[in-house]
Design a binder for this molecule. Structure first.
Ligand code: NAD
Length: 472
């Protein structure tokens, strides 16, 4: 297999090319380096039809066999991690080592989910009747993934959907289609034809998919704005939806922390993947007693961290993944400058056509500034002073988002008390960014609808069916 070229969709178990293509840009150079298929409406119909046909048999394959195939898919990802990581860096921008970690993590994720089995509940087993509720698959799942974690977020959908007995048509972001296309090729030998179709295309393909009557469910990860459109489109024929959307996550740093111990962790909790993480710290509330100390430590880390082409030795943070996002982040940065906010910037960025932005800490901006109120999804972190706990919890919760948050303190009981008052789906105490296949993940408020991961996530790909048996 040529990992770096010959990008084809997978429809009905076969490699498929298209009349038209979309261009794929290396964000470190701003140059087009590959093209990917641009799926036509007829090809989407073929993909859905093949998934529908495959569903009839796949749902009746014993779950142990489906689990074994998902496990094998995990093994295949692990085996191809090195080659896929190089392709990942070229299309996504993240430095190779961290890219490889995502692919390996996704392989392990598939294996972990392959061990999950939905429960069966017996509510009566008497002389007169037997009643059991089991969970059955839904049908064809429409999976739509974003560009920030293109491999792992696609596998979060694939693994439970297929274990549950659904079939799937998966679409990666037009900004990062290549690894997913190659994964489709790698998995062609593992799953029966039609169980997993992978299609790519430009901006018109997502809406075509979400309005397609052949899907039973949509699993979407992306922005809140697009999530609302997806839900509207799904309402037409009452498709089930799971929406993993944006966040503006707050971290609260209490005065008792050991600054030397937490600074590095807080820095990477905000800036890893060039801050393009739904659950990154995006508002850092720091108690006034430790504010200056933490600010100076974060500034020193920012100066030492190399921002550069992910293929270059020593690069820790890559570029912004695409021009559209680069323009959004630059707009926020310019707004902060126009409002005379104090910016502390890190190491210089490479010159040339890449979408690089220096690590930027905004020093105590007003609560109502755009950089505090909006999800940056790029390396601009507002750091805000507080003195009163009740007040800071109110400020952290004063958001339409509710994805995740963090509390930093040596007093774990106090931190847990604060965590319980935060209106978010996940809260970390003295850690960050930790997500697991066996623990549900989802957003409160406008950060999402439904959950992924854990048994709750698996069951979102199923519906309960109660069977009543009369006994005489
Ligand atoms: P996006 O909403 O622009 O795109 C996400 C996906 O939706 C892409 O595949 C895109 O092609 C597709 N799409 C776009 N318009 C569509 C439409 N009208 N109908 C159907 N599909 C459509 O998001 P993005 O810029 O790729 O990702 C960044 C956003 O995703 C951020 O807000 C981030 O917080 C969020 N995100 C959330 C999670 C989570 O798990 N909660 C994880 C990662 C990213």
């Amino acid at each position: 297999m040529n990992i770096m070229g010959d990008f084809e969709m997978t429809i009905a178990g076969k490699g498929v090319t298209t009349a038209e293509t979309i261009e794929v840009v290396n964000p470190a150079t701003g140059q087009v380096f590959a093209t990917a298929p641009d799926c036509s409406q007829a090809q989407l119909d073929e993909a859905v039809a093949s998934s529908k046909a495959a569903f009839k048999t796949w749902r009746r394959v014993p779950i142990a066999e489906r689990q074994a195939m998902v496990f094998k898919a995990g093994e295949a990802l692990l085996a191809h991690a090195d080659e896929l990581a190089r392709l990942f860096t070229r299309e996504q921008g993240r430095p190779v080592e961290a890219a490889k970690q995502e692919i390996q993590g996704a392989g392990q994720w598939l294996q972990a989910v392959s061990r999950m089995t939905p429960p069966v509940h017996v509510t009566e087993d008497s002389d007169t009747q037997f009643i059991e509720t089991r969970y059955v698959p839904l049908g064809v799942v429409c999976a739509i993934a974003p560009w920030n974690f293109p491999v792992s977020l696609a596998m979060w959908k694939l693994a439970p959907a297929l274990v549950a007995g659904n079939t799937m048509v998966l679409k990666p972001s037009p900004f990062t289609p290549l690894c997913t296309l190659k994964i489709g090729e790698i998995f062609r030998d593992i799953f029966p034809a039609g169980v997993l179709n992978i299609i790519t295309g430009g901006d018109r393909l997502g809406p075509w998919m979400t309005s397609h009557p052949g899907f039973a469910k949509i699993s979407f990860t992306g922005s809140t704005e697009t999530g609302k459109r997806v839900m509207e489109s799904a309402a037409k024929d009452l498709k089930r939806v799971t929406l993993e959307l944006g966040g503006n996550d707050a971290a609260i740093v209490l005065p008792d922390v050991d600054l030397d111990e937490v600074a590095q962790k807080i820095f990477f909790g905000a800036f890893f993947n060039t801050a393009q993480i739904c659950v990154a710290t995006k508002r850092l509330y720091v108690h006034e007693a430790v504010y200056d100390g933490l600010r100076d430590r974060l500034a020193a880390i920012a100066k030492a961290v190399k921002v550069g082409d992910g293929t270059e030795q020593g690069s820790v943070l890559g570029p912004i993944q695409n021009k559209r996002q680069y323009d959004r982040v630059m707009d926020l940065l310019n707004d902060a400058k126009a409002n005379d906010l104090t910016l502390i910037q890190g190491a210089p960025i490479p010159e040339g056509g890449g979408y690089f932005i220096p690590v930027t800490i905004v020093d105590n901006p007003p609560e109502n500034s755009r950089v505090v109120q909006e999800e940056a999804f790029g390396p601009i972190l507002p750091m805000i002073k507080f003195s009163d706990i009740d007040d800071v919890i109110d400020r952290a919760n004063a958001s339409d988002y509710g994805l995740a948050g963090a509390v930093w303190s040596r007093d774990v009981d106090k931190a847990i008390d604060i965590a319980r008052r935060m209106e978010t789906g996940t809260v970390w105490i003295n850690q960050n960014l930790n997500l697991r296949p066996d623990t549900p993940f989802g957003g409160h408020k406008q950060s999402g609808f439904g959950v992924e991961n854990g048994m709750e996530g698996l069951l979102e790909y199923m519906v309960p069916q109660a069977v009543y048996v009369a006994r005489s």
